[in-house]
Design a protein around this ligand. Structure first.
Ligand code: HEC
Ligand code: HEC
Length: 471
């Protein structure tokens, strides 16, 4: 064998150093340590669907933002001010998984918006309602906090690294990585998002329990220009999908394939074609298909409810019971008569754009434009308040009133239950301190339409209301 000359040895040394550096870089930036959740329930609440590797936020920095930028949040409690649902003893709120990809990153998952909470009174413990639409989460306010922090001159290594080091000493390499890579990238990523989502500020706030589900994706994934439409909508429940075959999905039934909506939700939440965890999504899809809706957790007057069932059969079941002729299908917008902004926010351009996406290992073929809002099957109805696609009616008693008697403003985002009116408590000092005022006079927030049942005699309404608790 020929011995290496001086030059050859130098090259070997350089190559070794490069391999070593590459290994360190891989370890510190890309190494993936999947979350170990074994039960489906824990996976739904805390597991990763593949968002973190693509758009996760560096946990170490994220954790200290509420301390450093406390003045940018208008309430006490740090991240709790944004209404995340939390379980005692858990390090993270439901829906914000922390997964290590090089370093721990905070992403989000389906449980963030599809797990709710309810309390019997303000002093009672919170019960977690799996699959229920989250009614407290104010996601837009959370985004705006992150954007405001990134725009602030304090968002720099000199301020953030000392805050991170309190109680958690960092190594020299950690500090180097934070200073030159993590913090600058985190900041510029947030500022990019802020720039792409500028048009959000031209529409009324989403408020608690609502997000605009498709306008961000129309702009960021399909690259359509912002079109000025208002799409804010209540989250929907994720349960009992075996009973929902052939139902229109989403508020306006814009798709009919649960698999496509699962993929699209994963991408919409920040996963990429490479990072999306399709195995996890398949597992969760199976799990929500079998998940039963939650039973009403308080007392029910069974005799009264039994009388109400007759009214339900006569006036509602055709559109809302499993097996009803129109259940799960879109009802023409002029017939249902509710606020049309969310309906109009899904355009034929959006439909064509999504069906035309070729960035992924799959193609969408089921996006469509329908004629109105879907008449949902109403299982677990008690846990879906506030009601209608835009959350404009706080409780079922109010929904059975003609629109002029429904409250023009109320508090949304509180999770103490109102057993009389069937929905969350929507007035009073404690509700105001924890929720946010919802104004039905703003565009997209209208509480008109859906007159079904509003003309019933009072005793029939009482009985129907009791029956609705049993769904
Ligand atoms: C940021 C909040 C948010 C997150 C996170 C989220 N969703 Fe949703 N989801 C919504 C909203 C809001 C709707 C209803 C919006 C509409 O149609 O106007 C919805 C609707 C759905 C629907 C349609 C339900 C029906 O009855 O038609 C499915 C299915 C769904 N989501 C699946 C998922 C999956 C799977 C994930 C995780 C990959 C996920 N969602 C994550 C907010 C969220
Ligand atoms: C012709 C079909 C039709 C009939 C009949 C009908 N509804 Fe509806 N319902 C709808 C549609 C469509 C929506 C969605 C409207 C929206 O979200 O803007 C809806 C929404 C609702 C909601 C809100 C669900 C949610 O996710 O917030 C409730 C509650 C409801 N209906 C109860 C009833 C009751 C009770 C009756 C009988 C008195 C009834 N509906 C009769 C079509 C119907």
């Amino acid at each position: 064998m020929k011995r290496l000359g001086m030059r050859g040895r130098l090259w070997v040394a350089v190559a070794l150093v490069l391999v070593l550096l590459g290994g360190v870089a891989w370890y510190r930036l890309l190494r993936e340590e999947p979350l170990p959740y074994t039960s489906d329930v824990d996976y739904f609440k805390y597991g990763s669907v593949g968002v973190e590797a693509n758009s996760g936020l560096p946990f170490a920095v994220w954790r200290v933002l509420p301390e450093v930028f406390g003045d940018l949040i208008d309430r006490k409690g740090g991240y709790a001010a944004f209404g995340f649902v939390r379980e005692p003893g858990q390090p993270q709120p439901i829906g914000l998984p922390v997964e290590t990809v090089g370093f721990p990153r905070v992403g989000l998952n389906c449980g963030l918006c599809h797990v709710g909470s309810v309390r019997e009174q303000p002093t009672a413990p919170r019960r977690i309602v799996l699959g229920a639409p989250n009614s407290t989460l104010d996601l837009q306010r959370y985004f705006r906090f992150l954007f405001a922090a990134a725009s602030d001159e304090r968002f720099r290594p000199d301020v953030l690294i000392p805050a991170i080091e309190v109680g958690q000493p960092l190594s020299f390499l950690d500090r180097l990585q934070l200073r030159f890579l993590v913090i600058p990238q985190f900041r510029s990523g947030l500022l990019d998002q802020k720039r792409q989502l500028w048009w959000m500020d031209t529409a009324p706030d989403w408020g608690p329990g609502r997000v605009d589900p498709f306008n961000p994706a129309k702009v960021q994934l399909v690259h359509l220009p912002p079109d000025g439409t208002i799409g804010a909508a209540r989250m929907l429940p994720l349960w009992n999908w075996n009973a929902r075959s052939n139902f229109g999905l989403h508020r306006d039934g814009l798709n009919t394939s649960l698999t496509e909506i699962f993929l699209n939700s994963g991408i919409g939440n920040g996963a990429s074609n490479r990072s999306i965890n399709r195995v996890a999504l398949g597992r969760l899809q199976k799990w929500v298909s079998e998940l039963k809706p939650p039973a009403y957790p308080f007392a029910i007057d069974e005799a009264l409810a039994a009388r109400g069932e007759a009214t339900w059969r006569q006036h509602c079941a055709d559109c809302h019971a499993f097996g009803g002729a129109k259940t799960g299908q879109p009802i023409p917008i002029d017939e249902v008569g509710t606020d049309r902004h969310r309906f109009d926010s899904w355009t034929t351009q959006a439909r064509d754009g999504f069906n035309g996406l070729d960035d992924y290992d799959w193609r969408y073929t089921h996006f469509r434009k329908t004629a109105g809002y879907v008449a949902q099957a109403l299982d677990g109805l008690w846990a879906r308040a506030p009601y209608l696609h835009n959350g404009s009616v706080p409780n079922l008693a109010d929904l059975l009133q003609s629109p002029d008697k429904r409250p023009a403003t109320f508090v949304a985002g509180y999770d103490v239950y109102d057993q009389q009116r069937v929905g969350f408590v929507s007035d009073g000092a404690d509700a105001r301190a924890q929720g946010r005022l919802f104004d039905t006079r703003l565009p997209g927030n209208g509480n008109g339409g859906h007159l079904y049942g509003t003309g019933l005699p009072e005793p029939d309404k009482r009985a129907l209301l009791e029956y609705l608790k049993t769904l």
